[in-house]
Design a protein around this ligand. Structure first.
Ligand code: ADQ
Length: 469
């Protein structure tokens, strides 16, 4: 097997406690099997950039990281990545900030990553770059003479062309994607938007999976990420999960729990979720005291203003709803700003009668899949899912809703609470088949399979037979 080099903004080191996310576990496994290396930012900030590479090996996974300086973090991470690309790619041009410093910092840091990775790359290595932080990296590696097979996977949505054109120098950025051999998206929808942009804005051509711009033909594919379904199902029956399950159930006193688990991010639709739940409480006085919404939302990207705002807004809405409806022995919203280890989280999912996953826009959304995997097959809960999450294209047996509509949310909660066991089991089985069938390993192999089949440096163009078809 060719050696794999994974490059992403943050590197997740395997630990004995097993608290790595599913993506990190899948990549670590592939890196271990191919004796590969994971390159990225250490998360540390130094006074001035040194370029010194920190090598480490944990649980058989080699990592190479660099520290960044404060200006890098401001302009690249908090700036272009999280104030410009993240909101724009989540359809929030109202929140996107366009600043030349951000763009300059983004390119500078990508050059730094290219300088870091370049000496580590051998000709037969396969390179897999991840996410919106690193779009131009492949081009920068080509500029340094690397002809390796290179792939890029975007973990967030690809925006419609009409929104993407609001980004200064959008064509220049998208052009750099043609340095890769394979570019992957979670869903057909994001893939279609990408193809549309290339055809309309760049004069490129599309032929099945092959997208051509000038003399470069790349493969653009949809390859939905999954979770480690079996491990998650096992986690849900672990001792830690059982303890958490009991603790939650005891505290509920026979009330039904609705659970939301999200990074505190405006794309996750938390404000709309709270408003939808408030609508449910208003429309259904008979359900008061019978239901509790537990929202777990650890803060993220706290240095970005829009994230500080969403936090303040949510504190206020939760306070208002609880103020209006609480009684001495019932609080309708439990709002928790902390993270939990996977096994405990699995216990919480299993204790919840409803999983409420309502992003306004999401590349995929793994929480929806985790909720399904953690359920008791004999008494599964109901997933209510935003139709704007990538996961909605796979989990069609969830109750799909428009997260902007408080009425739809209220109706779905009512329906889920009343859903008979037979229907819950039938819907859950169909979703679980998908979660198990297209799990994290399937995803990894789906992408790397394509990449490994490519000849080095795009030498093999479109096969004749397919071109003629
Ligand atoms: P995220 O936006 O981070 O990921 P998501 O896919 O839901 O969104 O993954 C979040 C992960 O964090 C889940 O594994 C979840 O269990 C975990 N998590 C959240 N809150 C937690 C808590 N309180 N304690 C512990 N763990 C918690 C981005 C894209 C998504 C895409 C993924 C993977 O935005 O659309 O699905 O990458 O490609």
């Amino acid at each position: 097997m060719s050696r794999l080099i994974v490059i992403s903004n943050r590197v997740s080191r395997p630990s004995k406690t097993g608290n790595q996310g599913g993506l990190a576990v899948a990549l670590s496994q592939a890196l271990r099997e191919s004796r590969g290396i994971w390159v990225g930012w250490s998360g540390e900030v130094t006074e001035s950039f040194t370029g010194q590479i920190g090598f480490s090996e944990d649980e058989g996974v080699k990592t190479a990281t660099i520290d960044l300086e404060e200006q890098d973090v401001d302009e690249y991470y908090n700036g272009y990545a999280n104030k410009t690309l993240w909101p724009l790619f989540h359809f929030r041009i109202d929140l996107a900030e366009y600043a030349r410093d951000f763009e300059g910092g983004y390119n500078r840091v990508n050059q730094r990553f290219a300088d870091t990775a370049s000496p580590l790359i051998e000709p037969e290595d396969v390179i897999w770059v991840h996410d919106y932080h690193m779009i131009p990296l492949g081009q920068m590696l080509r500029d340094r003479g690397h002809r390796n097979r290179m792939g890029f996977f975007l973990h967030i949505p690809w925006p419609p062309t009409r929104l993407l054109v609001s980004l200064p120098h959008h064509t220049k950025l998208v052009q750099t994607l043609f340095a890769y051999d394979v570019v992957g998206f979670h869903t057909e929808e994001w893939l279609e938007s990408f193809r549309h942009y290339v055809e309309r804005e760049m004069g490129g051509t599309v032929d099945g999976d092959y997208v051509t711009l000038g003399n470069r033909t790349i493969q653009a594919i949809a390859c939905p990420i999954g979770i480690n379904a079996q491990e998650y199902a096992d986690a849900a029956t672990s001792e830690a999960a059982g303890d958490m399950f009991e603790k939650v159930r005891r505290s509920l006193q026979d009330r039904a729990m609705i659970v939301g688990v999200d990074r505190l991010d405006y794309s996750k639709g938390l404000e709309e979720r709270f408003n939808g739940y408030a609508r449910f409480l208003k429309d259904h006085p008979e359900q008061h005291r019978k239901v509790v919404l537990t929202q777990i939302a650890p803060p993220s990207r706290g240095e970005v203003e829009s994230y500080q705002q969403i936090r303040a807004t949510l504190d206020a809405i939760a306070g208002r709803i609880n103020g209006e409806y609480s009684d001495v022995d019932w609080t309708p919203i439990r709002y928790v700003n902390q993270g939990y280890p996977r096994d405990m989280l699995a216990g919480i999912y299993r204790a919840a009668r409803i999983g409420l996953v309502t992003p306004l826009r999401d590349g995929m959304n793994l929480v929806a899949k985790e909720y399904v995997a953690a359920q008791d097959p004999e008494n599964p809960g109901v997933l209510i899912l935003s139709r704007f999450a990538g996961a909605a294209l796979q989990l069609k047996d969830a109750l799909l809703i428009n997260p902007y509509s408080p009425e739809e949310m209220s109706d779905a909660i009512t329906r889920a609470l009343a859903m008979p066991l037979d229907e819950r089991k039938r819907r859950w089985r169909a979703m679980m088949d998908c979660v198990e069938g297209q799990d994290i390993r399937w995803w990894r192999e789906c992408f790397t399979g394509r990449l490994l089949a490519v000849e080095r440096d795009n030498e093999e163009k479109k096969p004749e037979t397919e071109a003629a078809a």
